[in-house]
Design a protein around this ligand. Structure first.
Ligand SMILES: [Zn+2]
Ligand SMILES: [Zn+2]
Length: 274
């Protein structure tokens, strides 16, 4: 049986098409036989709020021309409607908080303004040249790929250690999505200690690690590092930005997580557990 998809975007996310409705995502989840899904919309900001932890670092928020504020009221009304239309699904509310350790006050304000079941913590950006910059192919072209990945994990460790607003760490190696072909294969074992440090910090705070099926799939060995770190919970997330990607590659992801030592949780809506 497939698990709940705990990481889905709909048109309420600033980077997701207006045609990606919640209804279509729910219909896809029903079609696949998923027990539920969580709409975890992007919460990102184009500048610091007063006293945001990031504002004390002495760098600015780089250009983010497409980022829009999250419309909590519109989102919440749409979600309530979907719960009525799809009683067979458990539909969770949520956000994907970008750099929650830096935008600490901005994220707290959003969390106060609604009712959210799932809060994902994500690192999409690191500091470069005095600015917070999204990690993408352009940033990889300016930095040594290995250095960039090491800086990414360093910042991710700080994120896990200094923010407690999220319950699931999303796509722990997000930066690898942009690893350049010219640098050869991305090798998880090159960064083993960095992964393990993040996993130890996350496990000691009792939170869940996400297996993100939009990213290159984690190896069994990588998920087993999470198990060895004492990690208790694994969350499955497609990171779908269109309805047809809901639950994408979940059958393979389940096999990987099971081979690494985890089992279905208390009920079919739960995280997988050690
Ligand atoms: Zn993300
Ligand atoms: Zn996402």
């Amino acid at each position: 049986m497939l698990p709940t998809d705990n990481h889905v975007h709909s048109r309420w996310s600033w980077d997701t098409a207006a045609s990606s409705s919640m209804e279509l995502a729910c219909a896809r989840a029903v079609e696949l036989g998923l027990p539920g899904l969580a709409f975890t919309e992007h919460v990102d900001f184009t500048g610091w709020h007063t006293d945001d932890a990031g504002s004390h670092r002495g760098h600015t928020v780089g250009s983010r021309p497409h980022v829009q504020p999250f419309d909590v009221d519109g989102y919440s009304a749409d979600l309530a409607r979907c719960r009525e239309v799809f009683p067979q699904l458990r539909i969770l509310s949520g956000i994907e908080a970008g750099e929650p350790h830096l935008f600490s006050n901005g994220v707290a304000e959003v969390l106060r303004s609604g009712d959210f079941d799932r809060v994902l913590g994500s690192l999409h950006a690191i500091e470069h040249n005095g600015e917070l910059q999204f990690v993408d192919a352009a940033l990889f072209s300016q930095l040594d790929p290995n250095d960039l990945i090491r800086r990414y994990f360093q910042e991710l460790l700080t994120l896990v250690e200094s923010s407690s607003v999220f319950g699931v760490l999303a796509h722990c190696d997000y930066a690898r999505r942009y690893w350049p072909a010219s640098a050869g294969d991305y090798r998880e074992d090159e960064f083993e200690e960095a992964y393990r440090a993040v996993f130890r910090a996350l496990a000691s705070s009792g939170r869940a690690l996400e297996i993100n099926t939009r990213s290159p799939l984690a190896s069994v060995e990588l998920v087993h590092w999470w198990w060895q770190a004492g990690g208790d919970a694994v969350s499955f997330g497609s990171d779908a930005h269109d309805p047809y990607s809901v639950g994408n590659r979940f059958a393979v992801a389940v096999d990987i997580v099971e081979a690494a030592g985890f089992r279905p949780g208390r009920d079919r809506f739960d995280f997988w557990r050690r």
